[in-house]
Write a protein that binds this ligand. Structure first.
Ligand SMILES: Nc1ncnc2c1ncn2[C@@H]1O[C@H](COP(=O)(O)OP(=O)(O)OP(=O)(O)O)[C@@H](O)[C@H]1O
Ligand SMILES: [Mg+2]
Length: 422
């Protein structure tokens, strides 16, 4: 073991390049016992050994050799990144200052002149090996630290992006809550006024029909022809018929606005958060009846309920999840289809599946469907908040919602809820 190196040091590999048998004998005697040695008697064979994959810890290099001198070998070694870090010590009979300067300029770590003292050569070799060992360790450390810093930077970047996203969602939430609040009130009274108006129109129609009958029953042809003229001019029959259509459409519009307001309110979460033990089957049945208007002309519902224990949840919010999934399913069916609703138990999870054989979702869109405001539906038909709300509601329940889908075949949403939250 070299004297300056630690007891744990590996057996160092030295490459000796020298064409003088006397020097080689001396070097073998100096290093043979404690180092793994390889010998080359000319520059080219030394370069060949190295290019075959052998990378020594240090090279002792003679300068004056036939064909390719030591300077040339050193220059080649220093010009490639794989070998540039191998310390080279020149061992040479050349003893001028210029030769030494040239050797060191080429990148050698030391320059020892012959004849040499074996003890001094060994000492210098050990010093350079030790330096190389430290340098290698330092490089590993730097690489490790660089990796750590890069990872930390990536983590920070991700946290920063998440925070930005959260901030953005929080301000959208506030905005949504504000808009919902402002719209809620007028929507309420317009809706109720429309209902009253509808009842008034029925009464008006009855009254008009009665008066019309009374007028037609008189013998006064003048009044009768004036009535007929007035009806023609004012397009009375059409107006009476159209009033009902207009009120119906307006009620439909108000229902759409109410749907948007409900979604915006849920999105900004201004609700009671007390868990209640709930029967999922009941909750699903309730949701089916809420969504029935959307489903009835589009799909048959195939129910496969397995008995489940009651689970602690926010029933209204779960119902909102089911309604959105059922409405989405119905809207994904073009003509006639099947919506399958399944409940089952998996270990400590209550599982609900809502599947349809509708249009399906392409893989690139599948990644986006849970994003707030992502919708492929026409303006007024979808806010794109439904699935984002479903996702948040399930997160709040420590549950999950996942989806599988195939374009042209259909979509299946799977909800998992913990049977006990304790
Ligand atoms: N069962 C389904 N089949 C096909 N596409 C679906 C299905 N469910 C959701 N999607 C797609 O995901 C999008 C987002 O759905 P989400 O429920 O979040 O919003 P929306 O239904 O468009 O609007 P809203 O729920 O406010 O009425 C839909 O527009 C649709 O493109
Ligand atoms: Mg929806």
């Amino acid at each position: 073991m070299p004297s300056n190196l630690s007891a744990t040091s590996p057996l160092y590999q030295l490459l000796i390049v020298d064409d003088s048998p006397t020097n080689l004998d001396l070097l073998l005697a100096t290093f043979g016992a404690s180092y793994e040695l390889r010998i080359s008697i000319d520059g080219q064979s030394a370069l060949d050994i190295i290019s075959s994959g052998y990378l020594p810890d240090l090279i002792l290099l003679d300068i004056m050799m036939p064909e390719q001198d030591g300077y040339e070998v050193c220059r080649k070694l220093k010009s490639t990144s794989v070998t540039s870090n191998i310390p080279v010590i020149f061992l040479t009979a050349l003893d001028s200052c210029e030769d030494e300067a040239k050797g060191l300029e080429l990148g050698a770590v030391d320059f020892i002149t012959k004849p040499f003292n074996p003890a001094i050569v060994r000492q210098r070799v050990n010093t350079h090996l030790e330096l190389k060992q430290h340098r290698d360790q330092l490089q590993i450390l730097v690489a490790e630290k660089t990796r750590e810093v890069t990872e930390a930077y990536e983590d920070l970047k991700q946290i920063h992006e998440q925070m930005l996203q959260q901030e953005k969602m929080a301000s959208i939430g506030q905005l949504a809550a504000g808009v919902a609040h402002e719209i809620n009130n007028p929507t309420g009274f317009i809706g109720s006024n429309l209902n009253t108006l509808q009842k008034y129109v029925v009464k008006l129609n009855e009254g008009i029909a009665f008066m019309e009958k009374a007028i037609m029953a008189t013998d006064d042809f003048d009044v009768i022809s004036q009535l007929k003229k007035m009806k023609r001019q004012l397009k009375f029959d059409f107006v009476l018929e159209d009033i009902e259509d207009l009120i119906g459409e307006s009620k439909d519009g108000i229902e759409r606005i109410a749907h948007i307001v409900r979604n915006l309110k849920s999105f900004s979460r201004v609700e009671d958060d007390t868990l209640k033990l709930t029967d999922l089957e009941e909750c699903l049945e309730g949701s089916l009846s809420i969504a029935w208007n959307e489903i009835k002309y589009k799909a048959k519902v195939n129910k496969q309920y397995e008995p489940l224990p009651q689970i602690p949840c926010l029933p209204q919010q779960l119902s909102q999840v089911f309604v959105n999934l059922l409405v989405n399913a119905a809207q994904a069916i073009e003509d006639q289809g099947i919506i399958t609703v399944i409940t089952r138990r998996e270990d400590n999870w209550a599982v609900v599946e809502i599947a349809d054989n509708g249009s399906g979702i392409s893989p690139e869109n599948l990644e986006r469907i849970f994003n707030a405001f992502y919708t492929t539906k026409e303006v007024g038909k979808g806010t794109g908040l439904g699935l984002s709300i479903c996702h948040d509601i399930l997160e709040k329940h420590q549950g999950t919602i996942t989806v599988t889908s195939k374009v042209g075949e259909g979509t299946c949403f799977t909800i998992k809820l913990p049977i006990s939250n304790s």
